[in-house]
Design a protein around this ligand. Structure first.
Ligand code: PLP
Length: 401
Protein backbone atom coordinates (compact mmCIF):
# COMPACT_ATOMS: atom_id res chain seq x y z
CA UNK A 1 0.00 0.00 0.00
CA UNK A 2 1.37 3.45 -0.89
CA UNK A 3 1.02 6.55 1.27
CA UNK A 4 -1.25 8.31 -1.24
CA UNK A 5 -3.99 8.84 1.35
CA UNK A 6 -3.62 12.00 3.44
CA UNK A 7 -5.63 11.40 6.63
CA UNK A 8 -7.79 13.97 8.47
CA UNK A 9 -6.75 14.94 12.02
CA UNK A 10 -3.62 12.83 11.71
CA UNK A 11 0.13 13.36 11.50
CA UNK A 12 0.93 13.34 7.76
CA UNK A 13 4.24 11.58 8.41
CA UNK A 14 2.48 8.49 9.80
CA UNK A 15 2.73 5.79 7.13
CA UNK A 16 -0.39 4.08 5.81
CA UNK A 17 0.91 0.76 7.12
CA UNK A 18 0.58 2.07 10.71
CA UNK A 19 -3.18 2.57 10.42
CA UNK A 20 -5.87 0.12 11.53
CA UNK A 21 -7.75 -1.02 8.48
CA UNK A 22 -11.46 -1.43 9.29
CA UNK A 23 -13.12 -3.70 6.75
CA UNK A 24 -16.47 -4.78 8.14
CA UNK A 25 -19.13 -3.97 10.71
CA UNK A 26 -22.06 -5.66 12.36
CA UNK A 27 -24.21 -4.11 15.07
CA UNK A 28 -21.90 -2.47 17.62
CA UNK A 29 -18.87 -4.39 16.36
CA UNK A 30 -16.32 -3.53 13.68
CA UNK A 31 -13.64 -5.85 12.31
CA UNK A 32 -10.14 -5.06 11.04
CA UNK A 33 -8.36 -6.68 8.11
CA UNK A 34 -6.88 -9.37 10.37
CA UNK A 35 -10.39 -10.40 11.46
CA UNK A 36 -10.05 -8.96 14.97
CA UNK A 37 -13.31 -7.51 16.36
CA UNK A 38 -13.78 -4.30 18.33
CA UNK A 39 -16.71 -2.90 20.28
CA UNK A 40 -17.32 0.43 18.58
CA UNK A 41 -17.65 2.55 21.73
CA UNK A 42 -17.65 5.79 19.74
CA UNK A 43 -20.23 4.77 17.07
CA UNK A 44 -17.82 5.42 14.19
CA UNK A 45 -17.25 9.08 15.08
CA UNK A 46 -20.26 9.93 17.27
CA UNK A 47 -22.81 8.93 14.66
CA UNK A 48 -23.73 5.30 14.02
CA UNK A 49 -27.00 5.20 15.97
CA UNK A 50 -28.46 2.05 14.34
CA UNK A 51 -25.24 0.04 14.33
CA UNK A 52 -23.24 -1.30 11.40
CA UNK A 53 -24.31 -3.53 8.54
CA UNK A 54 -28.01 -2.74 8.63
CA UNK A 55 -29.49 -4.25 5.49
CA UNK A 56 -32.64 -2.11 5.82
CA UNK A 57 -30.62 1.02 4.99
CA UNK A 58 -28.30 -0.68 2.53
CA UNK A 59 -31.29 -2.02 0.57
CA UNK A 60 -33.09 1.34 0.64
CA UNK A 61 -30.00 3.07 -0.79
CA UNK A 62 -29.48 0.38 -3.45
CA UNK A 63 -33.15 0.52 -4.47
CA UNK A 64 -32.94 4.29 -4.77
CA UNK A 65 -29.73 4.13 -6.77
CA UNK A 66 -31.30 1.75 -9.26
CA UNK A 67 -33.95 4.41 -9.91
CA UNK A 68 -31.59 7.35 -9.97
CA UNK A 69 -28.46 7.93 -7.91
CA UNK A 70 -28.75 11.70 -7.65
CA UNK A 71 -30.11 14.78 -9.27
CA UNK A 72 -29.66 18.28 -7.93
CA UNK A 73 -32.42 20.26 -6.21
CA UNK A 74 -31.57 23.76 -7.43
CA UNK A 75 -34.76 25.37 -8.85
CA UNK A 76 -36.74 24.09 -10.68
CA UNK A 77 -35.83 20.53 -9.57
CA UNK A 78 -36.84 18.51 -6.53
CA UNK A 79 -37.22 14.88 -5.54
CA UNK A 80 -39.35 12.72 -3.30
CA UNK A 81 -36.67 11.43 -0.91
CA UNK A 82 -35.38 14.96 -0.20
CA UNK A 83 -38.86 16.31 0.47
CA UNK A 84 -39.73 13.27 2.59
CA UNK A 85 -36.60 13.27 4.74
CA UNK A 86 -37.03 17.01 5.34
CA UNK A 87 -40.59 16.40 6.52
CA UNK A 88 -39.52 13.53 8.78
CA UNK A 89 -36.80 15.70 10.32
CA UNK A 90 -38.93 18.77 11.06
CA UNK A 91 -41.72 16.58 12.47
CA UNK A 92 -39.34 15.17 15.05
CA UNK A 93 -37.70 18.50 15.85
CA UNK A 94 -38.95 21.30 18.10
CA UNK A 95 -39.25 23.48 14.95
CA UNK A 96 -42.25 21.58 13.54
CA UNK A 97 -43.40 24.41 11.27
CA UNK A 98 -39.87 25.09 10.04
CA UNK A 99 -38.09 23.87 6.93
CA UNK A 100 -34.89 21.95 6.26
CA UNK A 101 -31.92 22.98 4.13
CA UNK A 102 -29.85 19.92 3.18
CA UNK A 103 -26.10 19.44 2.78
CA UNK A 104 -23.53 16.66 3.04
CA UNK A 105 -21.36 17.30 6.11
CA UNK A 106 -21.65 18.89 9.51
CA UNK A 107 -19.09 21.46 8.42
CA UNK A 108 -21.08 22.63 5.42
CA UNK A 109 -24.25 22.77 7.52
CA UNK A 110 -22.42 24.98 10.05
CA UNK A 111 -21.47 27.36 7.24
CA UNK A 112 -25.04 27.38 5.95
CA UNK A 113 -26.42 28.17 9.42
CA UNK A 114 -23.95 31.03 9.91
CA UNK A 115 -24.84 32.45 6.49
CA UNK A 116 -28.58 32.15 7.13
CA UNK A 117 -28.21 33.89 10.51
CA UNK A 118 -26.41 36.86 8.97
CA UNK A 119 -28.79 36.89 5.99
CA UNK A 120 -31.79 36.94 8.32
CA UNK A 121 -30.39 39.96 10.15
CA UNK A 122 -29.63 41.80 6.90
CA UNK A 123 -33.08 41.13 5.54
CA UNK A 124 -34.52 42.56 8.74
CA UNK A 125 -32.51 45.72 8.03
CA UNK A 126 -29.83 45.01 10.65
CA UNK A 127 -26.79 45.15 8.34
CA UNK A 128 -24.52 45.83 11.30
CA UNK A 129 -25.35 42.53 13.00
CA UNK A 130 -22.51 40.28 12.01
CA UNK A 131 -21.01 39.05 15.28
CA UNK A 132 -21.27 35.36 16.07
CA UNK A 133 -20.81 34.49 19.74
CA UNK A 134 -19.22 31.07 20.22
CA UNK A 135 -17.96 29.08 23.19
CA UNK A 136 -14.63 27.76 24.38
CA UNK A 137 -14.39 23.99 23.68
CA UNK A 138 -16.91 24.32 20.84
CA UNK A 139 -16.28 22.13 17.80
CA UNK A 140 -18.09 23.16 14.64
CA UNK A 141 -16.27 21.37 11.86
CA UNK A 142 -13.38 22.49 9.72
CA UNK A 143 -14.70 24.63 6.87
CA UNK A 144 -13.76 28.29 7.20
CA UNK A 145 -16.99 29.13 9.04
CA UNK A 146 -16.61 26.30 11.50
CA UNK A 147 -12.88 26.90 11.85
CA UNK A 148 -13.58 30.53 12.76
CA UNK A 149 -16.21 29.29 15.21
CA UNK A 150 -13.91 26.75 16.82
CA UNK A 151 -13.53 27.03 20.56
CA UNK A 152 -10.60 24.61 20.38
CA UNK A 153 -7.68 26.97 19.84
CA UNK A 154 -5.31 24.56 18.11
CA UNK A 155 -7.88 23.86 15.40
CA UNK A 156 -7.99 27.58 14.54
CA UNK A 157 -4.26 28.02 14.13
CA UNK A 158 -2.16 27.85 10.98
CA UNK A 159 -4.80 28.67 8.37
CA UNK A 160 -4.16 32.40 7.97
CA UNK A 161 -6.89 34.96 8.52
CA UNK A 162 -10.21 33.50 9.56
CA UNK A 163 -13.68 35.04 9.24
CA UNK A 164 -14.02 38.25 11.27
CA UNK A 165 -16.63 39.08 13.93
CA UNK A 166 -16.47 35.93 16.05
CA UNK A 167 -16.35 36.46 19.82
CA UNK A 168 -15.52 33.57 22.14
CA UNK A 169 -17.02 33.25 25.62
CA UNK A 170 -16.06 30.73 28.32
CA UNK A 171 -18.21 27.65 27.85
CA UNK A 172 -19.60 27.64 31.37
CA UNK A 173 -19.95 31.31 32.33
CA UNK A 174 -23.23 32.98 31.45
CA UNK A 175 -22.14 36.21 33.13
CA UNK A 176 -19.42 36.71 30.53
CA UNK A 177 -21.93 36.09 27.73
CA UNK A 178 -24.21 38.68 29.34
CA UNK A 179 -21.33 41.18 29.41
CA UNK A 180 -20.62 40.58 25.73
CA UNK A 181 -24.29 41.21 24.96
CA UNK A 182 -24.24 44.36 27.08
CA UNK A 183 -21.25 45.63 25.08
CA UNK A 184 -22.11 44.42 21.58
CA UNK A 185 -25.81 43.47 21.70
CA UNK A 186 -26.72 45.64 18.71
CA UNK A 187 -24.12 43.96 16.54
CA UNK A 188 -24.67 40.30 17.44
CA UNK A 189 -26.24 38.19 14.69
CA UNK A 190 -26.31 34.87 16.54
CA UNK A 191 -24.96 32.64 19.26
CA UNK A 192 -23.61 29.28 18.08
CA UNK A 193 -23.46 26.42 20.55
CA UNK A 194 -23.65 22.67 20.84
CA UNK A 195 -26.20 21.60 23.49
CA UNK A 196 -23.57 19.17 24.86
CA UNK A 197 -20.08 20.02 23.62
CA UNK A 198 -18.78 16.83 22.06
CA UNK A 199 -15.44 17.07 20.28
CA UNK A 200 -14.20 19.59 22.88
CA UNK A 201 -14.41 16.89 25.58
CA UNK A 202 -18.09 16.06 26.25
CA UNK A 203 -19.22 19.01 28.34
CA UNK A 204 -22.92 19.13 29.20
CA UNK A 205 -24.15 22.68 29.79
CA UNK A 206 -24.07 23.95 33.36
CA UNK A 207 -27.54 24.38 34.87
CA UNK A 208 -29.46 27.20 33.29
CA UNK A 209 -26.75 27.98 30.73
CA UNK A 210 -28.69 27.20 27.53
CA UNK A 211 -31.82 28.87 28.92
CA UNK A 212 -29.67 31.90 29.74
CA UNK A 213 -28.25 32.07 26.22
CA UNK A 214 -31.77 31.77 24.84
CA UNK A 215 -32.91 34.69 27.00
CA UNK A 216 -29.94 36.84 25.98
CA UNK A 217 -30.65 36.15 22.30
CA UNK A 218 -34.33 36.88 22.66
CA UNK A 219 -33.80 40.10 24.60
CA UNK A 220 -31.20 41.36 22.11
CA UNK A 221 -32.59 40.33 18.72
CA UNK A 222 -29.94 37.67 18.09
CA UNK A 223 -30.61 34.15 16.79
CA UNK A 224 -29.75 31.05 18.76
CA UNK A 225 -28.11 28.29 16.70
CA UNK A 226 -27.79 24.78 18.13
CA UNK A 227 -25.12 22.66 16.49
CA UNK A 228 -26.68 19.24 17.04
CA UNK A 229 -24.33 17.34 14.74
CA UNK A 230 -23.59 15.00 17.66
CA UNK A 231 -26.60 15.61 19.94
CA UNK A 232 -29.24 15.19 17.23
CA UNK A 233 -30.99 11.93 16.36
CA UNK A 234 -31.43 10.42 19.75
CA UNK A 235 -28.07 10.84 21.40
CA UNK A 236 -29.39 12.73 24.44
CA UNK A 237 -32.56 10.65 24.87
CA UNK A 238 -34.79 12.74 22.60
CA UNK A 239 -34.64 13.29 18.86
CA UNK A 240 -32.82 16.56 19.52
CA UNK A 241 -30.82 17.98 22.42
CA UNK A 242 -33.07 21.04 22.25
CA UNK A 243 -35.91 18.84 23.54
CA UNK A 244 -33.77 17.27 26.27
CA UNK A 245 -32.76 20.70 27.57
CA UNK A 246 -36.14 22.33 26.93
CA UNK A 247 -34.65 25.21 24.95
CA UNK A 248 -35.86 25.95 21.41
CA UNK A 249 -33.30 27.61 19.15
CA UNK A 250 -33.92 29.37 15.82
CA UNK A 251 -31.66 27.12 13.76
CA UNK A 252 -30.62 23.50 14.34
CA UNK A 253 -27.61 22.05 12.57
CA UNK A 254 -27.63 18.27 12.10
CA UNK A 255 -25.53 15.61 10.32
CA UNK A 256 -24.00 12.30 11.49
CA UNK A 257 -26.88 10.41 13.17
CA UNK A 258 -29.41 11.44 10.51
CA UNK A 259 -28.15 8.56 8.35
CA UNK A 260 -26.01 6.79 10.99
CA UNK A 261 -23.24 7.30 8.42
CA UNK A 262 -24.66 5.07 5.68
CA UNK A 263 -24.50 8.05 3.32
CA UNK A 264 -23.29 11.60 3.91
CA UNK A 265 -26.18 13.90 4.80
CA UNK A 266 -26.48 17.06 6.86
CA UNK A 267 -28.65 20.10 7.11
CA UNK A 268 -30.09 23.05 8.97
CA UNK A 269 -33.60 23.16 10.41
CA UNK A 270 -34.81 26.72 9.98
CA UNK A 271 -37.53 28.07 12.29
CA UNK A 272 -40.77 29.49 10.95
CA UNK A 273 -39.77 33.06 11.92
CA UNK A 274 -36.55 32.82 9.95
CA UNK A 275 -38.34 31.13 7.02
CA UNK A 276 -40.81 34.02 6.93
CA UNK A 277 -37.95 36.40 6.16
CA UNK A 278 -36.69 34.15 3.37
CA UNK A 279 -40.08 33.50 1.81
CA UNK A 280 -40.61 37.11 0.68
CA UNK A 281 -41.51 37.36 -3.01
CA UNK A 282 -38.61 37.83 -5.44
CA UNK A 283 -35.95 36.71 -2.96
CA UNK A 284 -33.49 34.07 -4.19
CA UNK A 285 -31.53 32.05 -1.62
CA UNK A 286 -28.09 32.03 -3.23
CA UNK A 287 -26.42 29.21 -1.37
CA UNK A 288 -26.41 25.42 -1.52
CA UNK A 289 -24.52 22.39 -2.70
CA UNK A 290 -24.56 20.10 -5.70
CA UNK A 291 -25.45 17.31 -3.30
CA UNK A 292 -28.13 19.19 -1.31
CA UNK A 293 -30.98 16.68 -1.47
CA UNK A 294 -28.91 13.86 -2.99
CA UNK A 295 -31.39 11.04 -3.70
CA UNK A 296 -29.35 8.19 -2.20
CA UNK A 297 -28.33 10.16 0.91
CA UNK A 298 -31.93 11.12 1.56
CA UNK A 299 -33.05 7.51 1.06
CA UNK A 300 -30.51 6.54 3.72
CA UNK A 301 -31.89 9.23 6.04
CA UNK A 302 -35.47 8.01 5.62
CA UNK A 303 -34.52 4.37 6.22
CA UNK A 304 -32.37 5.29 9.22
CA UNK A 305 -35.10 7.35 10.90
CA UNK A 306 -37.66 4.61 10.23
CA UNK A 307 -35.33 2.03 11.75
CA UNK A 308 -34.67 4.18 14.80
CA UNK A 309 -38.39 4.53 15.26
CA UNK A 310 -39.26 0.85 14.71
CA UNK A 311 -36.60 -0.28 17.17
CA UNK A 312 -37.35 2.44 19.73
CA UNK A 313 -33.70 3.50 19.76
CA UNK A 314 -34.34 6.97 21.19
CA UNK A 315 -36.02 5.33 24.18
CA UNK A 316 -33.15 2.83 24.55
CA UNK A 317 -30.88 5.73 25.51
CA UNK A 318 -32.19 5.70 29.10
CA UNK A 319 -31.06 2.13 29.58
CA UNK A 320 -27.68 2.65 27.87
CA UNK A 321 -27.14 5.78 29.96
CA UNK A 322 -27.94 4.20 33.30
CA UNK A 323 -25.64 1.25 32.61
CA UNK A 324 -22.79 3.51 31.49
CA UNK A 325 -23.25 5.83 34.45
CA UNK A 326 -23.11 3.02 36.97
CA UNK A 327 -20.05 1.58 35.23
CA UNK A 328 -18.29 4.93 35.29
CA UNK A 329 -19.28 5.51 38.91
CA UNK A 330 -17.73 2.12 39.79
CA UNK A 331 -14.51 3.05 37.98
CA UNK A 332 -14.40 6.28 39.95
CA UNK A 333 -15.16 4.40 43.17
CA UNK A 334 -12.19 2.14 42.46
CA UNK A 335 -9.99 5.19 41.89
CA UNK A 336 -9.39 4.25 38.23
CA UNK A 337 -10.77 7.52 36.83
CA UNK A 338 -10.88 10.98 38.37
CA UNK A 339 -14.44 11.75 37.35
CA UNK A 340 -16.97 11.36 34.57
CA UNK A 341 -19.47 13.63 32.85
CA UNK A 342 -22.19 13.32 30.26
CA UNK A 343 -25.80 12.29 29.87
CA UNK A 344 -27.98 10.22 27.58
CA UNK A 345 -25.63 8.04 25.55
CA UNK A 346 -22.58 10.33 25.49
CA UNK A 347 -19.95 10.43 28.25
CA UNK A 348 -16.34 11.30 29.03
CA UNK A 349 -14.18 9.57 31.62
CA UNK A 350 -11.66 12.03 33.02
CA UNK A 351 -8.33 10.27 33.58
CA UNK A 352 -6.26 13.23 34.76
CA UNK A 353 -3.48 12.38 32.32
CA UNK A 354 -3.06 11.95 28.59
CA UNK A 355 -5.65 9.45 27.38
CA UNK A 356 -3.85 8.13 24.28
CA UNK A 357 -2.10 5.24 26.01
CA UNK A 358 -5.35 4.14 27.71
CA UNK A 359 -7.04 4.28 24.30
CA UNK A 360 -4.25 2.19 22.78
CA UNK A 361 -4.49 -0.46 25.52
CA UNK A 362 -8.24 -0.66 25.04
CA UNK A 363 -7.79 -0.94 21.30
CA UNK A 364 -5.49 -3.93 21.82
CA UNK A 365 -8.18 -5.43 24.04
CA UNK A 366 -10.86 -4.90 21.39
CA UNK A 367 -12.72 -1.71 22.41
CA UNK A 368 -12.65 1.60 20.54
CA UNK A 369 -13.01 4.82 22.53
CA UNK A 370 -11.81 8.30 21.55
CA UNK A 371 -9.11 10.10 23.55
CA UNK A 372 -9.63 13.86 23.92
CA UNK A 373 -6.84 15.42 25.95
CA UNK A 374 -7.08 13.83 29.37
CA UNK A 375 -10.41 12.09 28.86
CA UNK A 376 -11.80 9.11 27.00
CA UNK A 377 -15.04 9.77 25.14
CA UNK A 378 -17.77 7.12 25.03
CA UNK A 379 -20.63 7.39 22.54
CA UNK A 380 -21.81 3.93 21.49
CA UNK A 381 -24.33 2.87 18.85
CA UNK A 382 -27.84 2.99 20.29
CA UNK A 383 -28.16 -0.74 19.59
CA UNK A 384 -25.30 -1.64 21.95
CA UNK A 385 -26.26 -4.58 24.17
CA UNK A 386 -26.01 -4.73 27.97
CA UNK A 387 -23.30 -7.35 27.60
CA UNK A 388 -21.28 -5.13 25.25
CA UNK A 389 -21.53 -2.21 27.67
CA UNK A 390 -20.27 -4.45 30.50
CA UNK A 391 -17.36 -5.58 28.33
CA UNK A 392 -16.57 -1.96 27.45
CA UNK A 393 -16.45 -0.95 31.13
CA UNK A 394 -14.47 -4.07 32.17
CA UNK A 395 -11.94 -3.46 29.38
CA UNK A 396 -11.59 0.12 30.53
CA UNK A 397 -10.98 -1.01 34.10
CA UNK A 398 -8.28 -3.49 32.94
CA UNK A 399 -6.60 -0.88 30.74
CA UNK A 400 -6.55 1.71 33.53
CA UNK A 401 -5.23 -0.77 36.09
C1 PLP B 1 -20.82 19.58 16.80
C2 PLP B 1 -20.18 19.34 15.47
N1 PLP B 1 -20.37 20.21 14.48
C3 PLP B 1 -19.85 20.03 13.26
C4 PLP B 1 -19.08 18.93 12.99
C5 PLP B 1 -18.48 18.74 11.64
O1 PLP B 1 -19.07 17.69 10.97
P1 PLP B 1 -18.32 17.01 9.71
O2 PLP B 1 -17.10 16.36 10.24
O3 PLP B 1 -19.36 16.08 9.17
O4 PLP B 1 -18.02 18.11 8.76
C6 PLP B 1 -18.84 17.99 13.99
C7 PLP B 1 -18.02 16.79 13.74
O5 PLP B 1 -17.67 16.06 14.62
C8 PLP B 1 -19.40 18.20 15.27
O6 PLP B 1 -19.19 17.34 16.27
Amino acid sequence: MTNALLHPFAPPNKPESDYLNIVRGEGSLVFDSSGKSYIDGIANLWLCQVGHGRTEIIDAVATQMRQIEAYHTFAPFSNGPAAQVAEMIVERSPLVDGRVFLGCSGSDAVDTALKIARLFQQRRGHDGRQIIVKRTNGYHGTNFGGTSAQGITLNREGWGDLIPHFIEVPHDDLEVAATIFAEHGERIAAVLTEPIQGGGGVHPPVDGYLEGLHRLCEDNGALLIFDEVICGFGRTGNWFGAQTFGVTPDLIIFAKGVTSGYQPLSGVIVSRDVCNELEEPDFLLRTGYTYSGHHASCAAGIANIELMETEGLVDRVDNIGSQLRSGLAALKGDGLIESWRGLGAIYAAELGNDAVSARDKMLSAGVILRPIGTCLAICPPLVITDDEISRLIDTMADALR
